[in-house]
Design a protein around this ligand. Structure first.
Ligand SMILES: Cc1cc2nc3c(=O)[nH]c(=O)nc-3n(C[C@H](O)[C@H](O)[C@H](O)COP(=O)(O)O)c2cc1C
Length: 216
C-alpha cells in the first residue's frame, strides 16, 4: 500500500473508529523509493497511532543494501506519532550508535539480531555481556519455544517448519553453524528433529565469540 497514500487514508479512516484497541503501523520508507514516506507520513499524522515502526529500507530492497538512517531522521521531524527504529541492530555497538544519534526514540525493534543472539536485548539493557551458562539457556529457550509451537500449531509439519526458520538464524550463534542447520533443514519428522537437536546440545556446542560487540 505504500505507493498509495489515498488507499492508506481510506483504510485508516474505516478501521480506526472501529477497533477497540490501539493501532501501530510498521512500514518501510517506500516500496521503490525512500522518498515515498514523505507522501504517506502526512496521512499517518492524521490518526492517533500508538507507534509507527520504521524499517528504513525500501520494499524492493528486501534485506539487501544499507539501511537509511538519514531518511529516518527526516521522518522524526515530520511525525506527530511516536516512532520506533527497526533494522540491522545486530550488536550493542549498533544499538548504542543509533541511540546516541536518535535520542528522542524510546522504543526499538530488533528482529534478526535477536534471533541469532537471543542475549542481545539483555546485553543492551545491562550494557555488558556477563551472562553465565549461555548454551544451557539457549537450550532451555529452544525447548520452551518448541513446546509452545507444538501446543499452538496444527500438526508436526508446521512445527518443524517453524523450528527450521528459528535455526536458520539461531545456528549462527554457534561455531560450525552451517553444519547443524544443514542437518535440521533435511528433517521431516519430530522424532528425528528431537534426536538431532538433543545430539547437538549433548556435544557441548561452542558459541561464537563476541568481538567489538558483534558475533565473529
Ligand atoms: C523471518 C522473518 C519474518 C518476518 N516477518 C515479518 C512479518 O510478518 N511482518 C513484518 O512486518 N515484518 C516481518 N519481518 C521483518 C522484520 O520485522 C524486520 O522489519 C526486519 O527483519 C528488519 O529488522 P532486523 O534487521 O532487526 O531483522 C520478518 C523478518 C524476518 C527475518
Amino acid at each position: 500500500m505504500l505507493p498509495y497514500p489515498d488507499l492508506i487514508d481510506e483504510f485508516l479512516s474505516k478501521v480506526m473508529p472501529k477497533i477497540p484497541g490501539k493501532l501501530s503501523i510498521k512500514c518501510r520508507l517506500g516500496r521503490t523509493e525512500a522518498g515515498e514516506i514523505f507522501r504517506f507520513m502526512p496521512v499517518f499524522n492524521r490518526y492517533p497511532l500508538e507507534e509507527v515502526i520504521i524499517h528504513p529500507r525500501t520494499g524492493i530492497q528486501m534485506y539487501e543494501g544499507k539501511t537509511d538512517p538519514d531518511t529516518f531522521e527526516k521522518c522524526l521531524e515530520l511525525s506527530v506519532n511516536p516512532l520506533v527504529y527497526n533494522g540491522d541492530i545486530k550488536s550493542p555497538d549498533d544499538f548504542f550508535s543509533l541511540s546516541r544519534r536518535f535520542q528522542t526514540i524510546e522504543s526499538w525493534m530488533i528482529g534478526r539480531g535477536a534471533l541469532i543472539n537471543p542475549f542481545l536485548p539483555g546485553m543492551i539493557k545491562n550494557e555488558n555481556d556477563a551472562i553465565s551458562d549461555k548454551v544451557n539457556k539457549i537450550q532451555g529457550f529452544h525447548e520452551a519455544l518448541f513446546k509452545r509451537y507444538t501446543d499452538a500449531m496444527n500438526g508436526p509439519a508446521h512445527v518443524i517448519d517453524r523450528m527450521k526458520g528459528i535455526w536458520n538464524y539461531l545456528s549462527n550463534a554457534f561455531e560450525n553453524s552451517r553444519f547443524i542447520f544443514k542437518k535440521i533443514k533435511k528433517v521431516r519428522s519430530i522424532r528425528k528433529y528431537k534426536q538431532i537437536v538433543a545430539d547437538f546440545f549433548d556435544h557441548e556446542p561452542e558459541l561464537k565469540g563476541i568481538e567489538n560487540g558483534k558475533l565473529h
